[in-house]
Write a protein that binds this ligand. Structure first.
Ligand SMILES: Cc1cc2nc3c(=O)[nH]c(=O)nc-3n(C[C@H](O)[C@H](O)[C@H](O)COP(=O)(O)OP(=O)(O)OC[C@H]3O[C@@H](n4cnc5c(N)ncnc54)[C@H](O)[C@@H]3O)c2cc1C
Length: 371
């Protein structure tokens, strides 16, 4: 998105734009949840990056192994040295299920392969206790565990065996839903759907032989099928630098999106330590700040672009109903109604993502803001 936005605005003689990506693939991660419920196919959520990028963008398919911000150089695994005037770090988040002892008995929907495994396990599940736990904060898409519990309720209703399945969410927080003002609404929905929950349950380990998951707080929960949101960390190449905190998240200014004191280094998306959801929506809004700032700098027309912490988030609640949340640093979300419109917006978004988001062409009616 950053590379395309820069390429759209800057002339060839103004800038040379290079994108480094380790596998040259772009994955639409919200699709993982739908794969696990059998509503999406793995090949539909991945595309070659070259096909999404403007011709002006050079794509280097290689792993960045060293970032030297003092010498303004990125080194790749094939020992290519890329010098830069501006660097945008967008290395995302890594998942580390192996950090939870006993995790081999747990499923998750945080990559394609694991989502396919979960789909098979759910299809073979004919009754018992399904427990959804969270292996650490922060993780991508904070509403995803509650959303998956609601979709699970819908899934077993459709299979006609909902009364044989108990669904329980273990939340590490003092509430079910991470976004506080929305928690009473989600708690009501959980009650209506008969989804159970436990709070203050920070997953510590799993005992596969006893089918028990244990928390740091000393509680245990039994399960027949366990889903654990894996622990997340910043990318390895970032963890090897001084640019990040202990979790590997890049220390980023919450408004300018510049990294530490560097005027020529920006961070965007899941890779940052910003106090916003690790979401594609945040990355989308951050993009206009980062690209606006770089373009302004190059042309000497800088307007002091600032990110206001905006995130827009669509949650699918099952039964073709959803909610849309919109908030920023200063304005917490207001509880919205469950509506078909929010559900259809999410479905529209899932379908048309490829034509609009990576190419930075989001129409205003999706987010409710005319841009
Ligand atoms: C189940 C699930 C549901 C979600 N639902 C939503 C949703 O409904 N709405 C929403 O807004 N967001 C959602 N998200 C979150 C969203 O997918 C992410 O926030 C978004 O993809 C972040 O984009 P990013 O560019 O920061 O990171 P990524 O998309 O993860 O991209 C990071 C890229 O960096 C590359 N990379 C990393 N290290 C290196 C290296 N050393 N060298 C070269 N390349 C490297 C990787 O190959 C990757 O291509 C969901 C995520 C999940 C898992």
């Amino acid at each position: 998105m950053v590379a395309n936005s820069l390429a759209k605005s800057l002339k060839k003689e103004e800038a040379e734009i290079t994108l480094v990506d380790e596998d040259g693939k772009h994955v639409y991660q919200p699709g993982f949840i739908y794969i696990s419920f059998g509503n999406e196919k793995p090949h539909k959520i991945v595309k070659d990056e070259r096909k999404l990028l403007r011709r002006k963008v050079n794509l280097v398919v290689d792993k960045a192994v060293k970032i030297d911000v003092d010498d303004r150089k990125v080194t790749t695994s094939k020992d290519k040295k890329l010098e830069y005037d501006y660097l945008v770090l967008a290395t995302g988040a890594e998942i580390h299920p192996e950090d939870i002892p006993g995790c081999e008995d747990a499923y998750h929907f945080y990559d394609t392969e694991s989502s396919v495994k979960l789909r098979k396990a759910l299809a073979e599940f004919n009754g018992g206790r399904i427990v959804i736990g969270i292996g650490g904060i922060p993780y991508k898409c904070p509403p995803a565990p509650a959303e998956s519990a609601c979709l699970m309720d819908y899934y077993f209703h459709r299979r006609g065996i909902r009364d044989k399945v108990t669904i329980e969410l273990l939340s590490p927080l003092p509430r079910i839903f991470p976004i506080e003002p929305i928690d009473p609404l989600v708690s009501e929905v959980f009650e209506m759907k008969n989804i159970k929950s436990q709070t203050f349950f920070n997953v510590e380990s799993v005992e596969p032989e006893k089918k028990l998951v244990h928390s740091l707080e000393g509680e245990s929960a039994d399960y027949d099928l366990l889903i654990l949101i894996p622990p997340h960390k910043g990318a390895k190449v970032i963890r090897a630098t001084q640019l990040c905190d202990r979790g590997g998240w890049i220390i980023t200014d919450r408004e300018t999106l510049k990294v530490l004191d560097y005027d020529d280094v920006y961070a965007i998306g899941d890779a940052t330590n910003l106090p916003v959801s690790k979401s594609g929506a945040a990355a989308h809004y951050e993009n206009s700040v980062v690209t606006g700032s770089i373009i302004g700098d190059i042309r000497g027309t800088s307007k002091g672009e600032k990110y206001d912490g905006r995130v827009t988030c669509f949650c699918d609640a099952g039964f073709r109903r959803g909610i849309m949340l919109d908030f920023d640093y200063e304005h917490p979300p207001v509880p919205p109604p469950f509506s078909r419109m929010a559900y259809f917006k999410k479905m529209f978004f899932n379908k048309f993502y490829w034509w609009i988001l990576p190419k930075d062409r989001l129409p205003g009616f999706v987010t409710g803001k005319l841009e």
